[in-house]
Ligand binder design. Structure first.
Ligand SMILES: CC[C@H](C)[C@H](NC(=O)C[C@H](O)[C@H](CC1CCCCC1)NC(=O)CCNC(=O)[C@H](Cc1ccccc1)NC(=O)N1CCC(N)CC1)C(=O)NCc1cnc(C)nc1N
Length: 329
């Protein structure tokens, strides 16, 4: 069995990607953010304070004949961008791309932080990280993918995120026609809940890859490519107008700049992110100053290959073989 779901950028900056998910009987369809950087499926619900839930699609367990309260279980999460949410837990049928998991833990939010209240394009997250990262207590729950893996044709899923166009999350199969290049595989480290891996080197503007390895995570829930300062500096030294903007908390430059590409080696392949993918967006509507897709990871403590990097590739999240596959798109 397999599943295939379309995913769409939430706005003109590809800030996040939205995928429709069906929960319960009859189906309640919610727009959710698939996040390989976390391991909880949580939703805005009938238990979310009305003031917080306004503008969001919500899940009502009381309207689902297959919903069951997981009594005594609660959850609470804080994310890298300081956003947070918490609540209690139900189990229900969750269908993604035509594939159903019968008894999936659906974490219902009784509290959500301001960022989530304001981000009305999504009604929650589908964590696609490793189960060890799940934040339900007293008994951690499995992710939707972990529950699905044993019934899928192959225990893997692929992410095909695109700039300003529809992409896909495919479960149980690899559609190699989505990629131009060969898929290169490298071991994945799931010990922290993330999809951790090591890139073997990098280069700016099509130069030969160096051999400076970069250890980081493949994270669909993070917008940017976040790397060490020395790499960020090496890149922006090629961009005449680049400067650090305190208010934007990142490097900005003239939107008219012709940005160099950025490449990294992984699994014997080279993934090249084109310059236009590295120009994320004007800092404000109509501004001629643009915000960089590559920013520093210095104050995070972990390097994150977020959507800016993932958009350049077809990425295979292979749980069965604990490995990540990358192919140029
Ligand atoms: C098992 C992992 C665990 C659940 C958790 N995982 C993560 O934080 C990574 C995860 O991928 C989360 C998933 C996000 C959470 C917010 C909602 C969207 C999804 N990623 C991040 O927090 C990375 C930083 N955030 C982002 O990248 C958000 C995503 C977003 C986009 C649009 C609207 C709203 C949010 N976007 C931005 O920051 N930008 C987009 C806009 C642009 N102008 C600036 C940059 C963690 O590490 N928590 C520990 C933790 C706690 N506290 C802190 C401070 N750091 C931590 N790492």
């Amino acid at each position: 069995q397999t599943g295939s779901a379309n995913t769409n950028p939430s706005d003109s900056a590809d800030d996040e990607y939205i995928t429709s998910v069906s929960i319960g009987t009859p189906a309640q369809v919610l727009p959710l953010d698939f996040d390989t950087g976390s391991s909880d499926l949580w939703v805005f619900s009938s238990e979310t304070p009305k003031s917080s839930a306004s503008g969001h699609v919500t899940y009502s367990p009381s309207k689902s004949s297959t919903a069951k309260k997981l009594s005594g279980s609660t959850w609470s999460i804080e994310y890298g961008d300081k956003s947070s949410s918490s609540g209690d837990v139900y189990t229900d049928i969750v269908t993604i791309g035509g594939f159903s998991v019968k008894t999936q833990a659906v974490e219902s939010a009784t509290k959500v932080s301001t960022q989530f209240v304001q981000d009305t394009v999504i009604s929650g997250l589908v964590g696609l990280g490793f189960d060890v990262g799940n934040q339900v207590s007293p008994r951690p729950q499995k992710t939707w993918f972990s529950n699905a893996a044993s019934s899928l044709a192959e225990p893997l899923f692929t992410a095909d995120l695109r700039h300003q166009e529809t992409g896909s999350y495919n479960f149980g199969f690899i559609d190699t026609s989505l990629a131009k290049g060969t898929i290169g595989y490298t071991p994945a480290d799931g010990s922290e809940g993330y999809w951790g891996f090591t890139a073997t080197g990098y280069s700016v503007g099509g130069a030969k890859l160096n051999r400076n390895s970069i250890t980081g995570i493949a994270d669909t829930g993070t917008t940017l490519l976040l790397l060490p300062d020395n790499i960020v500096d090496a890149y922006y030294n090629n961009v005449e107008s680049a400067e650090y903007d305190d208010s934007q908390e990142g490097v900005v430059f003239d939107c008219s700049e012709d940005l160099p590409s950025f490449s990294f080696g992984v699994g014997g392949q080279t993934i090249t992110i084109s310059g236009d993918l590295l120009n994320l967006t004007p800092i404000e509507e109509g501004s001629s100053t643009c915000f960089g897709g590559l920013q520093s990871s210095a104050d995070i403590g972990i390097n994150i290959f977020g959507d800016v990097a993932l958009k350049a590739a077809l990425v295979v999240f292979d749980l069965g073989n604990e490995r990540l596959g990358w192919a140029q798109k």
